[in-house]
Design a protein around this ligand. Structure first.
Ligand code: SAM
Length: 189
């Protein structure tokens, strides 16, 4: 699905950012100890504020996004820090877009709402006891011209995960920017 805007919107947004990455998501920083040591797929990674944080923490990171400008910036930031990052241009609005990805110890989805159907197969791309970390605007966030109702994470998004994952932590964070939720799932072995 399109999240907040199309490819042109995002390319322009990233092209207009300054030469430094934003700070990583607070919830990712605060809950880093839940991540399983090893690899991370950063879904809709943008220009990589969270990828860069995870690289700094010693994870092997692959970032996917449909904005070539975002990936270009992530590669530039990684190079600047001598980090090795893998990036792939993927349009997540395509139903089979995650079919060919490898298997990771962790999948991070931060501020992107994956279509419910795309969670059906995600167990095949996470190792046993691996983590699926989701953070973004939650169901109580007030919609406006930028954040539409279809961008809000709903508890029902994750119904198909019950079979293979345990929800090990759920956090609701209302602050002055809105209503945020974090879901941390661990795959059963
Ligand atoms: C709000 S940003 C979040 C970026 C990053 N995860 C972060 O937390 O900084 C949303 C990201 O989703 C990407 N995006 C939106 N629709 C997409 C799609 N259909 N396929 C792949 N990426 C998409 C945008 O390019 C943008 O990088």
């Amino acid at each position: 699905m399109e999240y907040m805007g199309n490819k042109e919107y995002w390319n322009e947004k990233f092209a207009n950012r300054n030469d430094n990455p934003l700070s990583p998501e607070k919830s990712v920083v605060e809950n880093i100890d839940y991540f399983k040591k090893g690899t991370v797929l950063d879904v809709a990674c943008g220009d990589g504020r969270n990828s860069l944080f995870l690289l700094e923490k010693g994870f092997k990171v692959t970032g996917i996004d449909f904005s070539s400008k975002a990936l270009e910036r992530l590669n530039m930031f990684a190079k600047r820090n001598n980090y090795l990052v893998k990036t792939m241009k993927v349009d997540l609005s395509m139903p089979n877009s995650l079919n060919n990805i490898e298997t990771f110890d962790n999948i991070l989805i931060n501020h992107y709402r994956l279509h419910k159907n795309q969670f059906k197969d995600i167990k095949n791309h996470i190792t046993d006891r691996g983590i699926l970390f989701i953070c973004g605007f939650g169901y109580k966030h007030e919609v406006d011209s930028k954040i539409k109702k279809e961008d809000l994470i709903q508890p029902t998004d994750f119904e198909d995960l019950k079979e293979s994952f345990d929800l090990i932590k759920y956090i609701e964070t209302p602050d002055d920017r809105g209503f945020f939720v974090t879901y941390i799932f661990r795959k059963r072995s």
